[in-house]
Design a protein around this ligand. Structure first.
Ligand code: NAX
Length: 331
């Protein structure tokens, strides 16, 4: 990296900055965990109600005296928050209320992500990288994509890295091996209970490992445990995953900036180009490599009947969400 590049500040926007994921995420971004030595201009985009709390977080950021933290902006105006942004973490979303239908949730989020997509389209930097964390993350990213035609398909992504990390951790514990020795995990589909964490291509120190994992454990424990881990955390912790979600978001964005290792890939949700039978435009999780700053879906993997069934089930759920969004006139 040249001195010039190192000295140019990167503008990072975090929506939902006053929330619990934001509270873990902002400090790590300011510490240089995503962009290395580049100074950071941090834009905290919150609702009017969340702005005061965001100010408190900004005070704590100041108190850390981060050498790389160049400037902090707090705003409720999307056009201001996304102005010149190089990396946008879209964490703020409308949570599901008790008794609320999924269609209502989709509609409420459509009203957030449509205008945010338009603002990103108008004012973000040309090289913007967008990561949607707020749920329903895949479909929110789809709404954003529909409202931001200037931004390339592969630059609008949703977070399934937490599911990917959870899957790696479960297998590492089962085999009693360091998590770092495992490569080529894949999560397909939606960031929801229908997701398919897939060990078919998983390797342990470069050797296939799927046959060491019995089918009963995979279908009876591993897949449901990873897919429902979010609910398990809520049950035990009393609140939803926050630090692990922030950590995964950092992983996702850092890999996008520095690239993935040659012998590995990660799980990324992005608008489909038709790969693996996922209808074009549906935002699904795929195995992806980052090459020269661009996500590429890993091609040529053989998909057996067991995998096909599970990928199709999750993609069917995504297609239903997308149909509901269209029916509500949100795209
Ligand atoms: P919190 O409720 O703690 O924080 C959300 C924040 O977003 C609040 O401060 C709120 O004021 C703000 N907000 C709401 N609408 C906004 C808007 N239009 N513009 C800017 N800010 C807005 O939630 P938190 O625990 O931080 O979770 C945030 C989102 O992440 C939720 O939608 C949650 O479901 C989702 N998650 C996604 C995960 C993933 O892997 N994709 C895992 C963790 C998490 O469940």
């Amino acid at each position: 990296m040249s001195t010039q590049t190192t000295a140019t500040p990167v503008t990072v926007t975090v929506t939902g900055a006053a929330g619990q994921i934001g509270y873990s995420l902002l400090f790590r971004i300011a510490a240089g965990e995503v962009f290395g030595n580049r100074p950071v201009n941090l834009h905290m985009l919150e609702t009017a109600n969340g702005a005061k709390s965001a100010e408190g977080v900004a005070m704590e950021l100041a108190d850390c005296a981060y050498p790389l933290l160049n400037r902090v902006l707090i705003t409720s105006d999307a056009a201001e928050g996304f102005k010149g942004t190089n990396a946008a973490f879209l964490v703020g979303a409308k949570p599901r209320q008790e008794g609320e239908e999924r269609a209502d949730l989709l509609a409420a989020n459509g009203r957030i992500f449509g205008p945010q997509g338009e603002a990103l389209n108008d004012v973000a930097a040309d090289d913007v990288r967008v990561l949607v964390v707020g749920n329903p993350a895949n479909t929110n990213a789809g709404i954003l994509h529909a409202h931001a035609p200037r931004i390339d398909r592969t630059r609008i992504t949703a977070l399934t890295r937490l599911d990917h990390n959870r899957a790696l951790a479960q297998v590492a514990a089962k085999l009693d091996v360091p998590v770092d020795d495992l490569t080529q995990m894949t999560v397909w589909g939606n960031h929801s209970a229908s997701q398919f964490p897939d060990v078919s291509e998983l390797q342990l120190n470069g050797e296939p490992v799927a046959e060491k994992l019995d089918r009963e454990w995979l279908t009876g424990e591993f897949i449901p445990r990873v897919a429902k881990r979010g609910s398990e955390i809520i049950q035990v912790r009393g609140r939803s995953s926050a630090a692990s979600a922030a950590y995964a978001a950092i992983d996702h964005m850092r890999d996008w900036v520095v690239g993935t290792p040659d012998n590995d890939w990660v799980s990324v949700a992005l608008p489909s180009d038709g790969s693996y039978g996922v209808p074009e435009g549906i935002v699904s999780s795929f195995p992806c490599r980052c090459v020269n700053g661009e996500w590429e879906i890993v091609q040529g993997l053989e998909i057996n009947e067991f995998q096909r069934e599970r990928i199709d089930a999750s993609v069917a759920e995504l297609s239903e969400e997308w149909a509901a969004v269209k029916q509500a006139g949100l795209v």
